[in-house]
Design a protein around this ligand. Structure first.
Ligand code: SF4
Length: 476
């Protein structure tokens, strides 16, 4: 698909009241304001990094250099932990105010680099400078993604909506082909709204979490019915659409409409919790992290800021090995200064998921057709296609009368091994029993025979594809 079809970018609107350009003076963001006492030597290798223009420099002509991570020598520091605490307290003062609803103006001082640096007292880094550094980095290192508009233009709201729904609980790599296929088949939100739900579910098959596909379809219909096929440029109106939660509403508002909204996904959550060294565990700390992210969001280019934070989390501030020496937020980052950035975000230990089990009855005719049926309209995997099975319960249930038909003289036979699949709330193990039947065998009520070449037209979820593969059905 060509870029024009994919992006259909719109010019960025002029912001009514743009934030004042961050006046970043090189000395203020000069990094390496971390003492040896605070950072483990192994994590702070001196590296030469090319100077990077900080966003404010685009308008002011000023330049700032990216953090060199070599700590300054001879700082004469006596109580690094105490200063670290003071700096953190200063940061969290703003955070606390934000989290409790007290007024926090974007641009307030939130950085604690000075306090961390010691008595040489470089000034604190304002949130405007943090946003400017992040935007400058984003302008150089942004990921090219099929749903992103290029050339400083705003994304298409439909593309942002589609990609954000698909990306929930799924990787960018997995979503790419689905996004392209959906857009080729349903180029406008009105096309998606007019499509039968079964076709949408079938096209979604393999992405998992099928409730999202139903919500996607319901939302497209609502956009057509309530807004004439145009997404509203208003976060509250977006939130009012079916299937759109606070995150997606904020993402569309910021990325497609350049509104000062603050979406917080897993990547942004990680970056912010490290930047401020948020010690409270998730999920309790979510409101505070959201407030911190909102306080950081600039009035100018909020969508790029959100995408920059997402990209930073995906490429540098990764879960296990944050590449702090390359990070544009290296200087003010408290998690980095504490020498243990990877411990953030702190998480509450999860209990094991409950286990369920069942038996899938894989009936295969001599012509290769497989017996399938459609799941009920409500509940898990609603309206998806399945291989008939017993209910999924705490222990392996007795086959009882759950087999969909008689397997004749040969009977049902249990195949070796089991199919494992993990859902959001439980882990499933399925035994697969197979029966091979004559080509003329009729389908029982509520079931249908489907040839492997027609599987593409069925909304087969991943767990059912695993069952078919386990039973060595070609084309599964
Ligand atoms: S932990 Fe490292 S990579 Fe993450 S925001 Fe802080 S300095 Fe950047």
């Amino acid at each position: 698909m060509d870029d024009a079809t994919l992006s259909a970018p719109r010019p960025r609107k002029k912001t009514a009241a743009p934030a004042a350009p961050a006046k970043v003076i090189p000395a203020k963001v000069k990094p390496a304001q971390v003492t040896p006492a605070q950072v483990k030597p192994a994590q702070v290798k001196p590296v030469k990094v090319k100077p990077v223009k900080v966003a404010g420099a685009n308008t002011t002509g000023a330049k700032a250099t990216r953090a060199k991570s070599a700590p300054p020598q001879g700082a004469g520091v006596k109580s690094a932990p105490a200063r670290g605490r003071r700096a953190k307290n200063a940061l969290l003062e703003v955070a606390g105010a934000a989290a409790t609803g007290a007024e926090v103006t974007r641009g307030d001082v939130v950085g604690g680099a000075a306090g961390i640096a010691g008595e040489s007292a470089a000034p604190a880094v304002p949130s405007g400078a943090i946003a400017a550094a992040l935007l400058a980095w984003y302008d150089r290192h942004r990921r090219r993604l099929p749903w992103r508009a290029e050339g400083g233009r705003l994304g298409d709201p439909y593309h942002v909506f589609l990609s954000e729904i698909m990306l929930q609980q799924t990787t960018v790599k997995a979503v790419g082909p689905y996004f392209t296929a959906f857009l080729a088949r349903w180029p406008r939100v009105a096309d998606l709204a007019a499509a039968p739900l079964e076709e949408v579910l079938s096209a979604w098959a393999g992405l998992g979490y099928y409730a999202r596909a139903r919500n996607l379809h319901a939302c497209a219909k609502a956009v057509v019915a309530r807004h004439g096929g145009e997404f509203p440029a208003d976060e509250a109106a977006l939130l009012d659409l079916p299937g759109i939660g606070p995150y997606t509403a904020a993402a569309i508002a910021a990325i497609a409409f350049d509104l000062p909204a603050s979406p917080v996904d897993g990547n942004i959550e990680r970056v912010v919790s490290r930047l401020y060294a948020v010690d409270a565990p998730l999920p309790k700390s979510k409101p505070r992290i959201k407030a911190l992210a909102a306080a950081l969001t600039p009035h100018a280019r909020p969508g790029d800021f959100a995408q920059g934070m997402m990209d930073l989390g995906a490429t540098l501030c990764t879960p296990r090995s944050p590449a702090c020496v390359l990070c544009p937020l290296c200087a003010p980052c408290l998690g980095r200064a504490a020498g243990d950035a990877a411990r953030y975000p702190v998480k509450t230990a999860k209990g094991e998921k409950p286990a369920r089990a069942g038996i899938a009855f894989l009936a295969v005719r001599a012509d290769g057709a497989v017996l399938l049926r459609t799941r009920p309209e409500k509940g898990l995997l609603a309206q998806m296609t399945e291989v008939p099975s017993t209910p999924w319960s705490a222990g392996v249930p007795a086959p009882g009368d759950h087999a969909p038909l008689s397997a004749g003289a040969k009977g049902w036979r249990a195949l070796p091994g089991r199919v494992s699949h993990v859902f959001t709330h439980f882990a499933l193990e399925l035994e697969v029993w197979r029966a091979d039947l004559p080509a003329a065998t009729p389908a029982p009520a509520g079931h249908r025979w489907v040839l492997p070449r027609d599987f593409a037209g069925e909304a087969l979820p991943s767990v059912m594809r695993k069952v078919l593969a386990h039973g060595r059905v070609p084309g599964a």
